[in-house]
Design a protein around this ligand. Sequence first.
Ligand SMILES: [Zn+2]
Length: 169
Amino acid sequence: MEIYYDGIEGDRFDITTAFSFEENGELINIKNFTGALFKTDKIYFLQGEMEFELNCACDRCAEPAVINVKHTFEVGIEPEADVKLTGAEYEMTDGDGDIYTTPPDYIDLSEILRQEAVLQLPLKRLCRQDCEGEETEEYAGYAGEANEKPNLALKSLSSLKQNFYRRNR
Ligand SMILES: [Zn+2]
């Protein structure tokens, strides 16, 4: 979605949109974004809320996981006055203080929303909070290599021992 500065009438421009894109082979579906562009003396502000879902693989069990994220934000938007590059050559930058610099004549809203969503991607991706692959306290003691897959047999044995211990307490 592109918004031309020329087409923005008044101080407020309401926006509703939805789209999906791929990031590192994972599908990110922005189910809805509702917000508005506000014009000030110097720059524009984009305020809004987006809901998106990340379709990925669970970090623990590797099964498909769908993670929902809600993100409310406000960023500044500033047209680059003397940009020499045009169209596809132009690379939007996410500068200091969350100000996006755009080409002189339009705002690539999809690109801004894409960047905002990517910044909010969860570090831990679990199919559900109590995924069986999840690290438990007794399991944390098993150091292993960082990249090593959890040894499920060892874990089961450990659980058995714990159950046994509890029962005989
Ligand atoms: Zn899982």
